[in-house]
Each structure stands twice: as structure tokens, then as C-alpha cells.
Write a protein that binds this ligand. Structure first.
Ligand code: AR6
Length: 172
């Protein structure tokens, strides 16, 4: 199962997968970070489709087309803002990953790429966020046999190291 996991440092908007995941906010109308990069690369049709979705709750996920991205779809999810870890943040981040995999499954997606949801502007500690990302990927690979590839996309060198170490712990 671990051979279905890839860690690719860089810009998620370049990846030709069935779906890239966007770390969005509740409005789904765009923002900074990876959200801004995805909207810039996808073009204005993306925000047009997003504006018909009525926003997204924290811990939920919604799918759109990918427009000018090499990825066919975007799965928009909203992770929690980190408030120290005792305000339900771990459950909400787990829920965000779980809903992304569910939505992927419902749409026949076989390859999916994730940024480090919540670990930028929203302040979630990278190591804790990574642990949740990898353990949820493991469960999804068990539950959804059609899933062929899960790509994690750390943006920085530091994030790459955290992803690699977490991978070794979760997939020994
Ligand atoms: N490819 C991959 N990863 C990226 C890219 C990219 N092109 N750009 C940034 N990252 P963030 P959040 C990394 O802040 O914490 C937005 O304004 C980044 O280094 O994008 O969930 C939304 O609209 C970090 O490790 O998302 C929300 O308001 C990770 O992606 C808010 O930010 C996530 O950082 C969401 O905050």
C-alpha cells in the first residue's frame, strides 16, 4: 500500500493528477497561499464555479472542475485555524482529509494530490498536520481500492523533511 504514496516537493498547480486539493477558506472564493496559486493557475472560470457552491464548512470538501490546471478536478476543503489544539482542531483536520477522500471516491478519482492543509496561514504545526494527513491516507487506501496514487506536496525543504519522516513512521 505504501507504494501508492508519493511525496513531491514543489508547486501543486503543476501536477497532472485526477484531483488536486485546495486548502481554501469558508467562502471558497479564493485567498492567498495555495488557494491563490490554484485560482491563478486555473483561471477565472474556477471562482465562477466556486461561487455557485454556497461556501464550505470547516472540515468539509466540495469538488469543481480544474479548468486551466493540468489536474482534471479541484477538491476544495477547509481546514481549521490552529488555536493551540484544544478547540477541536485535530478532529476538524481529520474530517477535512476524510471528506476529500470521500468526495474523490464518489467522483471516480484515482490520483489525488494534497498540500499541507492548515499548515500555512492557519498555523497548524507541520508535524501534527502531517501525521493526520498520512494516517488518513492510510485509511483511505484501505477503504478505497480504486485509489492508485496519493501525492503529498510539501512546498518547502523543511516541510519535505517532515513529510518524509512522518511517512517512515506511518508506513514502516
Ligand atoms: N503548492 C503546494 N503547497 C503550497 C503552495 C503551492 N503552490 N503554496 C503554498 N503552499 P496555506 P492554510 C503551502 O496558507 O494554512 C488561504 O488564504 C504552504 O507553504 O495556503 O490551510 C485560504 O484562502 C503551506 O505549507 O493554507 C485560507 O484563507 C500549505 O501550502 C487560508 O489561506 C498550506 O498553507 C488557509 O490556510
Amino acid at each position: 500500500m505504501k507504494e501508492k504514496i508519493e511525496i513531491v516537493q514543489g508547486d501543486i498547480t503543476k501536477l497532472a493528477v485526477d484531483a488536486v486539493v485546495n486548502a481554501a477558506n469558508n467562502t471558497l472564493l479564493g485567498g492567498g497561499g495555495v488557494d491563490g496559486a490554484i485560482h491563478r493557475a486555473a483561471g477565472p472560470e474556477l471562482v465562477a464555479e466556486c461561487s455557485s457552491l454556497g461556501g464550505c464548512e470547516t472540515g468539509d470538501a466540495k469538488i469543481t472542475r480544474g479548468y486551466r490546471l493540468p489536474a482534471r478536478h479541484v477538491i476544495h476543503t477547509v481546514g481549521p485555524v490552529w488555536h493551540g489544539g484544544t478547540k477541536g482542531e485535530p478532529e476538524l483536520l481529520r474530517s477535512a482529509y476524510r471528506r476529500c477522500f470521500q468526495v474523490a471516491h464518489e467522483n471516480g478519482i484515482k490520483s489525488i494530490a494534497f498540500p499541507a492543509i492548515s499548515a500555512g496561514v492557519y498555523g497548524y504545526p507541520m508535524d501534527k498536520a502531517c501525521e493526520i494527513a498520512m494516517t488518513e491516507a492510510k485509511k483511505a487506501l484501505e477503504n478505497y481500492p480504486e485509489l492508485e496514487k496519493v501525492v503529498f506536496v510539501p512546498f518547502s525543504e523543511g516541510a519535505l523533511k517532515v513529510f518524509q519522516e512522518t511517512f517512515r513512521n506511518v508506513f514502516p
